[in-house]
Design a protein around this ligand. Structure first.
Ligand SMILES: [Zn+2]
Length: 152
């Protein structure tokens, strides 16, 4: 399991910029790595589309939730693999909220009870008034059967 997470400054800057640009909505994306280079890759938060189509199933808007197009994610990961990049972390932002791993975040990461990506860190960025306040990372613990915070 993941015990610590370190990302390049370039990747952190890109994640911060993404969180600032989508504020006051949540942003989401992935960090890909080839072992030496980290690359933050933006994904579109489709939560507002889902909410507009089916507000009963998706009562939350993008201000307090995120959702990725899993087909887009899958093809992105396939393309990345071809050039030697693997999935290192997911990230999303919490506009005007702290950087905690919420029960909804946990549900999204464990749709069938077990984590879909057990070896991938989950980064949460807290951003207030377009200023990034805190960043925390979480990873699945097999013994705790839950996500626990990992040092950055
Ligand atoms: Zn969240």
């Amino acid at each position: 399991m993941i015990t610590t997470l370190s990302l390049s400054e370039t990747a952190w800057n890109e994640i911060s910029r993404h969180a600032q640009e989508t504020f006051p909505d949540e942003c989401c994306g992935v960090v890909l790595s080839n072992g030496t280079t980290d690359r933050a890759q933006r994904l579109r938060n489709i939560q507002n589309d889902l909410h507009a189509l089916d507000p009963k199933t998706y009562p939350r808007t993008a201000a307090i939730a995120y959702n990725m197009d899993l087909k887009v994610l899958d093809s992105l990961l396939l393309e990345a693999e071809k050039i030697g990049y693997t999935l290192k972390a997911f990230y999303h932002s919490h506009p005007n909220h702290d950087a905690y791993f919420s029960p909804e975040d946990r549900d999204a990461a464990t749709p069938f009870g077990e984590p879909t990506y057990p070896d991938t860190a989950q980064i949460v960025v807290s951003i207030y008034d377009r200023v990034v306040r805190t960043v925390r990372a979480f990873a699945w613990s097999d013994s705790k059967k839950d996500f626990i915070e990992v040092p950055l």
